[in-house]
Design a protein around this ligand. Sequence first.
Ligand code: BG6
Length: 499
Amino acid sequence: MTAFGKYYTIVILGASGDLAAKKTFPALYGLYREKQLSRDCQIIGYARSDLSPEKFHDKISQHLKGGDDETKKGFLKLCTYVRGQYDTDEGYQKLEKRCTDYESQHSDERPERLFYLALPPSQFTEVCEHIKKNVYPKKDNGIIRVVIEKPFGHDLKSARELQNSIAPLFSEEEIYRIDHYLGKEMVKNLLVLRFGNELFSGVWNKSHIALIQVSFKEPFGTEGRGGYFDTIGIIRDVMQNHLLQILTLLTMDRPVSFDPEAVRDEKVKVLKAFDTIDANDVLVGQYDKSEDGKKPSYLDDETVAKDSKCITYCAMGIKIHNERWDGVPMVLRAGKALDEGKVEIRIQFKPVARGMFKDIHRNELVIRVQPDEAIYLKINSKIPGVSTETSLTDLDLTYSKRYSKDFWIPEAYESLLRDVLHGNHANFVRDDELDVSWKLFTPFLEALENDPNLNLEKYPYGSKGPKGLRDFLTKHGYVFNEPGSYQWPLTEPDVKGKI
Ligand code: BG6
């Protein structure tokens, strides 16, 4: 697909909601501020609320960051509001009129329309049907792009139902399924890092890698959204999508090019080689009150069932049966209400041959996705000076130290919306990819949810997670560095051998 030209319409459906106010409009503004959005496009917010133009502007202004007043004013000038229902034609017809009026002023251009559904998935099908019926560009050469957000279903069956209801309306080329982790800078760097460096490319396999870990830690609980979370839990919320996406990028084979379909073909291929996830190879937990009693337990959240068995922490083992990875343990772990907020990837390498060395440390490549993007490689090096001993230190690429602060690194949503405007699907989830990921996770989730004896370990709010975590990681082959054995010349993150 080609990039949008100068004159295009962006419609945000669900414009009065939280996602639109906190993510979608700020992302569009970020693109505008960085001159990545046409000054001549139009942006229409669509929702049921009765909002005057001023109220609408007030609402979307709240979360716009950076830029001066002039820039904000310029952006707001592009944004108008249409009030309408989601389940009747009338509002969509008003939208169609807005689009055609604007397009008729540029009648030599082809109509280009982007619809962003900042709406709950229960409304996707109905809204898509109305878009197709009322607002699909009529001109032969018109372009439409429809952006939807996770959750894409609750399990394989519902994901397929959703897919089957949308597929007859829009071609796969017209649909962009957002997993916002694919827009994060460090996640976008993974393929370059892996395939652009012989140093990594040559050793990225079972002969050299001992273990791959992807971890997601959040320092807060369900605060305010327990009702939603209670029906899905941490596995559906971030593991089946965000963490699996990262693991897929870490384990796929080299695509022939950066062409979106070449990349997505390889992702699907490796996903198909994933072994069934073993519901016995997990550690699951639910957070309890903090040790000082100040932070609530999960069950204290009034919006969740009092006897909820919802999983707020999970560590799971994954195996891939292909030539590259057979026998290499992979661990995904994610938790809420932990001691810190951090998303990182750890690739631990196999030990070097002994003989020359006794108890020498393993190399470890750490890719910190957030906060404070960094890539560091733990290496053994001689202690400087007269000593002949080795110590573990690192080659450190911490972005904030290496790159100027003025350098614009787009936020995930900015990056992905820019991709949509450019017609680039590489960082979006394809239908078959979604299907394989649900095939993988559905039996695993069902086994956990139907297990009457599920060992849901309680862990204190603000802790590292369930007590069994260190043993779980050790069992999967991760070797911890003893506190003090690792010298951090520049960065401080896990001096104490944090897990
Ligand atoms: C969302 C989850 O997809 O990702 C949230 O629904 C989670 O529960 C969020 O907090 C994390 O995203 P980020 O970008 O803040 O790491």
